[in-house]
Ligand binder design. Structure first.
Ligand code: COD
Ligand code: ZN
Ligand code: ZN
Length: 376
């Protein structure tokens, strides 16, 4: 029996209060309005940003259903939707691409004005929510809310992908993988034969390593305080790995020593700490080096740095979603994955049923998982 046009009752993971585990509740998901799409989720990854919602370090309107790295299938579409139809496999876009605003139209832009990552509202474009629980409206997160069996997306926030793509793998293309891989290829524009240093070897940092390798870098130095991350980093392309805890001198001086005083051509900060952002900047060549900040500090922390660090010619860049245009680039990345141009399996250390979401977050807190994928 078709569910189109009807309210769907299903399970979702709700944050009612910060610093508490998720509650799995029965919710009601309203049908999609005009230019909206209702999606049955198949798989979702757990990203550090979801944990920032849970801890309260990213302020969201509560109650909220987080989750922004997923893959699903279209259940029904609202009036006027032509880009997808029921049955299509899709990836929700935590960074939308409306195609009409200035950043969308700019060849180098990707921060669509419809983005709900900053000054978070947690509602659809009409100011209302499609989720309710116990008679109360529940907010969405990043316009995606993938921690729900069904979710409603604006058509700006949905990309149609290869129907044969495995959801429990390509869901990573919805955030973590693309953020890191794009940071190396699109934002950093790493050149063949160059040297790179990647600070932080979590799921995103390892994706940066893969991007540097794909770009043809000849030297990739992985840096992390957790040495358990080193074997996988080397498997994915790091040529050497170092821990700041093994040295008395600052880690940027160690990188300079390793490169005959030159510094690397490209450095990437994939931790989200002001001190490592400065260390990464100081690790790249003082004249022609480029340093890319990938990690976002959980709370708006200020950075103090010597202008001499950039005065000599260094380039310091930020990146969001790896500089990629989501709706345009995600289907292409999925096709490249299907053509085996890169791997995702090594990043997926755990696969759990959706109802074990709190166990998935425990693994993240203990540093035991790279990516934990929840399947519905
Ligand atoms: N020195 C070296 N390594 C460190 C240090 C340190 N002082 N502190 C922590 N680390 C290591 C940890 O051991 C860990 O291996 C790694 O840094 C961080 O990895 P994870 O697994 O915690 O996190 P990731 O890789 O999933 O994500 C990290 C980001 C910083 C990229 C993420 O938190 C973030 O800020 N994302 C926002 C950027 C973005 O574009 N988001 C888009 C949608 S979410
Ligand atoms: Zn994310
Ligand atoms: Zn836009």
């Amino acid at each position: 029996m078709s569910t189109a046009g009807k309210v769907i009752k299903c399970k979702a993971a709700i944050v009612w209060e910060t610093k508490k585990p998720f509650s799995i509740e029965e919710i009601e998901v309203a049908p999609p309005k005009a230019h909206e799409v209702r999606v049955k989720m198949l798989a979702t990854g757990i990203c550090r940003t979801d944990d920032h919602i849970l801890s309260g370090s990213i302020k969201a309107n509560l109650p909220v259903i987080p989750g922004h790295e997923g893959c699903g299938v279209v259940e029904s579409v609202g009036e006027g939707v032509t880009i997808v139809k029921p049955g299509d496999k899709v990836i929700p876009l935590c960074l939308p691409q409306c195609g009409k605003c200035r950043p969308c139209k700019h060849p180098e832009g990707n921060l669509c004005e419809k983005t709900d990552f900053f000054d978070i509202k947690g509602v659809m474009y009409d100011g209302t929510s499609r989720f309710s629980c116990k008679g109360k409206p529940v907010h969405n997160f990043a316009g995606t809310s993938t921690f729900s069996e069904y979710t409603v997306l604006h058509e700006d926030s949905v990309a149609k992908i290869d129907p044969a793509a495995p959801p429990e793998k390509v869901c990573l293309i919805g955030c973590g993988f693309s953020t890191g891989y794009g940071a190396a290829l699109k934002t950093g524009k790493v050149k063949p034969g160059s040297s790179c240093a990647v600070f932080g070897l979590g799921g995103v940092g390892l994706s940066v390593v893969m991007g540097c390798k794909a770009a043809g870098a000849s030297r990739i130095i992985g840096i992390d305080i957790n040495k358990n991350k080193f074997p996988l980093a080397k498997e994915l392309g790091a040529t050497e790995c170092i821990s700041p805890l093994d040295y008395k001198k600052p880690i940027n001086e160690v990188v300079l020593d390793m490169t005959d005083g030159d510094g690397v051509d490209y450095s990437f900060e994939v931790i989200g700490r002001p001190d490592t952002m400065i260390a990464a900047l100081a690790s790249c060549n003082l004249n022609y080096g480029t340093s890319v900040v990938v990690g976002a500090p959980p709370s708006a922390a200020d950075i103090t740095f010597s202008p001499a660090l950039i005065f000599t010619g260094r380039t310091w860049k930020g990146t969001i979603f790896g500089g990629l245009k989501s709706k345009h680039d995600i289907p292409k990345l999925v096709s490249e994955f299907m053509e085996k141009k890169f791997v995702l399996d090594p990043l997926i250390t755990h696969v759990l049923p959706f109802h074990q979401i709190n166990r998935g977050f425990e693994l993240l807190h203990k540093g035991e998982s790279i990516r934990c994928v929840l399947v519905f």
